[in-house]
Design a protein around this ligand. Structure first.
Ligand code: ADP
Length: 938
């Protein structure tokens, strides 16, 4: 800021300078102590922003400088320092064009920065100079006026012209041209064309707006009135001191005209505004203080269907067409109108055609200059689309958030239904997820006025069409009929008036369809609804995928946790189950060592040890089996077997055990032998059946056990048959609440009141897994204290039923009829060797024993009359597979039965592949081995 300070008093200058520098440290302050220095400073090229002028100076009066500035059209803002009490001088300086004055009171320097600021802020408007065209032929008057104005009204610039003709030539010829002058000052007595004619020309011909002030002689008031009538703005009479008033008169004329001009401009812009409002997309309205509508832009009708006239007739129309939910809010709004600080309010209106629209209403009260309330102006905006977009956004957001809190698809869909309801009519709504396996649509959510289904076959339904094409379909009743004809679409269920289906897609793959439909309103859905559903379907798809994924994870976790828990319980039980027989073995083995035992005692101890060993082996077998089932490495090996043969095998195997307990055991085969061939996993089948019969014996203390099977036609309409096995006992039975649990993996171990009978509780679990592998189901019917019947099914795939089977009477008696065999035992372990040879004693006429594969081949070569080779698989130098292969090179007839380590079913394939006829798992159970041998030598 460049500041001129004209001050001859050094103390004042210093204090003023300090105050300024204090406020504006960078101010460019120039000090002048005389008028002449000030004058020369003012000639500098860079203009000053403000001048602070003291009046009493060594070389003259500060006022002179002010007047020089103003006559030279210099607008430089000026503050005059006056002495205290000299108001006249202050006023004179203001009249001369000073912008402000400051009496030199004590400490006046302090307020100078504020005064500078105030002056600068307020001078802009005061800087306005007005140019006056002064028409006057009287030279003396001209001189007087000029002098007076020069001194007291320097902001008025006079251009003096001596005649009316010349004056007219200075003015524009029509209103379209901008005039150089702000006011016309017209002496009434002019030579040539007189003032009235000049005014007429200006107002009527040229239609100029320039303010006109008349100067008349005293007593010419009538003329003045005449002049005012035809368009003059004001007049002065040349009485004494009239010059004092003249500047004010000129200024007022000018200001009035300016005001007028501004009003005109305002009016124009108002018309413009009205025009704009008429074409605006917004519905503008004005309401007067009585609440009557004075204006509604035409958009009003476009938005709501009601016209301006409708609103004029009914002040309350807007409230009446508002949705009932919003009426109270609107009433309140209008009641408190005057006192409200306005912000837009939003509500729904029901348009004339019944459609709903969202409106944003904004209005302001209008007041006149005196603060009287004049009514209100405002605007109603149609924000339906915006609301819809907002709602879509929020629905999408809610749906995506819901995934975190909604545990399953059904519940999630319930939520989606509610959310979608904010956008479209979801009275009849379902979500169909495609099930590939069954070629059906599952409906995790179904809401319908007419029907209630949870699944339907994909077939040729509309849903299917959307699914296959992967595109949305919006169909009315006719479209559907057309599709029935063209695409063979079959509409299931109720016929809808309009049907809208949108595919659910994940990464371009369609997983299902969302359907909404209306049975009553053919206009219930539009293309827009289709678009909305399409936008939202994407989020729904993503969410479904996520929930499915999470469901899988939760299931996996549950399963992991459950099996963890159950395994701990199981292990605890297992350790008990293993310790018990182990106690038996170790304890009685110790007792056996004692001297002086009689043979009866010895036999008893040995029996106990044998039983305990068998029990432990069973447990170990079960554990191995279970872990194989658990790990999913258990395979099935199907072969053609004769069921009757197998049931009888089991019967023979366990008959003795039953009889030992004094139980009667009956077998009942439901199909003749020659039709009892099926293709199944023999080992698993035997395991299931023998386990159930063993349990029946175990849990029955008196009465009988009956088992067998019947042929049953399946209820599923594919005319297949099942063999339904039953094992019925008269034992202790099972309570209702345990009938399911006993099949559960390890569950038995948890049952506290478990009967104190030996068993690890794995038998039924294994049986159930096996039955499932064979394609059947297992269940029980039981009554506590009366007995149980266990059932299981396997498919009767009777391709082999025509085969004739050789009569095969497997009874205990056969043992005696079988021919005596020459047997070779190949086994490197001495104890096993002994055990086997002891076991087969009844069938053998001669037994040869070798310890390696090589020896086995050698011995057989030298003894081709050998009937049976019991071949251990794990032997030194040549293993069982290799030995068998070598033997098969020169002999295909001899029966070779392999002995394998327990549990490894895949060994079976290997043994058969190597050329063995069959195999038996170690440790070898005598009865099993004999039963196996009988199969080949009856
Ligand atoms: P285990 O017999 O080794 O305990 P299972 O899995 O074979 O294991 O049987 C589980 C449980 O089911 C048994 O502990 C027993 O309580 C019950 N159960 C099985 N079969 C019968 C039956 N025929 N009569 C009564 N209870 C039975």
């Amino acid at each position: 800021m460049k500041i001129l300070l004209l001050e001859d008093n050094p103390t004042d200058a210093d204090l003023v300078g300090r105050a300024i520098k204090n406020r504006w440290p960078n101010a460019d302050l120039h000090l002048a102590t005389t008028l002449s220095v000030a004058r020369s400073l003012l000639k500098e090229e860079q203009p000053f922003d403000i001048a602070l002028i003291d009046l009493n100076l060594p070389d003259g009066n500060g006022m002179d400088l002010l007047i020089e500035l103003r006559t030279a059209y210099n607008n430089l803002p000026v503050i005059i320092f006056t002495s205290v009490g000299s108001e006249d001088i202050a006023i004179a300086s203001l009249k001369a064009g000073a912008n402000n004055y400051l009496p030199k009171r004590q400490g006046y320097q302090e307020i100078i920065p504020d005064q500078i600021e105030f002056t600068l802020n307020h001078t802009i408007e005061n800087r306005k100079h007005i140019k006056v065209l002064y028409v006057e032929d009287h030279k003396a008057d001209v001189e007087l006026t000029k002098n007076h104005f020069g001194r007291y009204a320097p902001y008025i610039h006079l251009n003096v012209i001596a005649s009316g003709e010349l004056a007219l030539s200075e003015l524009p010829t029509n209103s379209g041209i901008e005039s150089d002058y702000d006011v016309l000052l017209l002496d009434f007595q002019l030579p040539g064309i007189n003032a009235l004619e000049i005014i007429k020309e200006i107002r009527q011909v040229r239609k100029l707006l320039i303010p006109i002030v008349i100067v008349t002689g005293q007593g010419d008031e009538n003329i003045a009135v005449e002049a005012l009538k035809i368009g003059a703005d004001d007049y002065v009479t040349k009485h004494n001191n009239y010059l004092i008033h003249l500047p004010t008169v000129l200024l007022n004329a000018y200001r009035r005209r300016e005001l007028e001009r501004q009003k005109q401009a305002l009016k124009q812009s108002e018309t413009k505004f009205r025009l704009l409002a008429d074409y605006a997309t917004e519905w503008e309205f004005w309401i007067d203080q009585k609440g009557t509508y004075i204006y509604n832009s035409p958009t009003c009708e476009k938005i709501c269907g009601y016209t301006h006239e409708d609103f004029v007739k009914n002040n309350n129309l807007l409230v009446e067409i508002a949705h009932t939910d919003y009426r109270e809010m609107l009433d309140n709004h209008f009641l408190r109108l005057e006192e409200l600080i306005y912000k837009p309010i939003e509500f729904i209106i029901i348009c004339l055609n019944g459609n709903e629209k969202w409106i944003s209403h904004f209005c302001r009260p209008v007041y006149d200059d005196d603060g009287n309330y004049l009514g209100q102006r405002g605007v109603n905006k149609d924000i339906t689309e915006q609301k819809r977009a907002e709602t879509i956004q929020s629905v999408i957001l809610n749906i995506s958030n819901a995934v975190q809190t909604t545990p399953d698809i059904g519940e999630f869909m319930q939520f989606v239904h509610t959310e979608l309801g904010r956008l479209v009519d979801v009275t009849n709504f379902f979500v169909a997820l495609y099930n590939k396996k069954a070629n059906t649509f599952n409906l995790p959510f179904y809401k319908d006025l007419q029907e209630d289904i949870s699944e339907f076959p994909a077939g040729k339904t509309l849903t299917s069409l959307v699914f296959k094409k992967g595109v949305s379909l919006l169909l009315n009743a006719e479209d559907v009929i057309q599709l029935e004809k063209e695409e063979g679409i079959e509409q299931i269920g109720f016929e809808s008036k309009i049907w809208l289906g949108v595919p659910l897609k994940i990464k371009g793959k369609v997983i299902g369809v969302i359907v909404v439909q209306s049975y009553t309103n053919p206009d219930a859905y539009t293309e827009k609804d289709k678009e909305v559903l399409e936008i939202i379907s994407h989020q729904i798809s993503i969410s479904i995928e996520r929930i499915r994924h999470e469901e899988d994870l939760v299931k996996a976790l549950d399963k992991a946790q459950e099996s963890d828990r159950l395994k701990s319980a199981f292990l605890a039980n297992m350790s008990h189950e293993i310790r018990t027989p182990m106690n038996g073995i170790l304890g009685f083995a110790e007792l056996l060592k004692e001297p002086g035992l009689n043979s009866e005692e010895q036999q008893e101890y040995i029996d106990i040890i044998g039983k305990s060993g068998a029990r432990m082996l069973n447990i170990i077998n079960d554990i191995v089996t279970i872990s194989k089932i658990e790990s999913g490495t258990m395979d099935t090996y199907n072969s053609e077997i004769n069921i009757n043969e197998q049931t009888e095998f089991v019967y023979n195997l366990l008959k003795l055990d039953a009889e030992k307990k004094g139980l009667n055991i009956i077998i009942n085969n439901g199909v003749p032998d020659k039709e009892s061939f099926i293709n199944t996993d023999k080992e698993k089948f035997i395991s299931i059946l023998s386990n159930l019969v063993k349990n029946a014996i175990k849990y029955t203390d008196q009465g009988s056990i009956e088992f067998g099977y019947v042929l049953k036609k399946n209820s599923i309409p594919d005319s297949s048959f099942n063999l339904e096995f039953y094992i019925k006992d008269t034992g202790i039975g099972i309570s209702k609440d345990r009938q399911e649990a006993i099949f559960e993996r390890f569950i038995q171990a948890e049952i506290v009141d478990r009967m104190a009978r030996e068993g690890a509780g794995l038998g039924l679990t294994i049986s159930r897994a096996y039955v499932a592998m064979l394609g059947g189901t297992i269940w029980t019917e039981s009554e506590e204290g009366k007995g149980s019947t266990f059932y299981f099914t396997i498919p009767y795939n009777s391709d082999y039923k025509q085969k004739i089977i050789i009569e095969n009477d497997v009874s205990a008696d056969t043992e005696r009829h079988i021919k005596k065999l020459k047997i070779l035992i190949a086994e490197d372990d001495e104890i096993s060797k002994k055990l086997i040879s002891k076991s087969v004693e009844t069938y053998s006429k001669e037994t040869l024993k070798v310890s390696t594969g090589k020896e086995a081949v050698e011995v057989f070569r030298n003894n081709p009359d050998i009937d049976l080779i019991l071949m251990d698989i794990q032997m030194p130098d040549l293993n069982g597979y290799e030995a068998t292969r070598e033997i098969r090179q020169f002999n295909k007839e001899v029966i070779i039965i392999a002995q394998t380590a327990f549990g490894l079913s895949e060994d079976r394939d290997k043994t058969i592949e190597a050329g063995c006829n069959n195999y038996i798992k170690k440790p070898i159970i005598k009865n099993e081995l004999l039963a196996l041998i009988r199969n080949y030598f009856q």
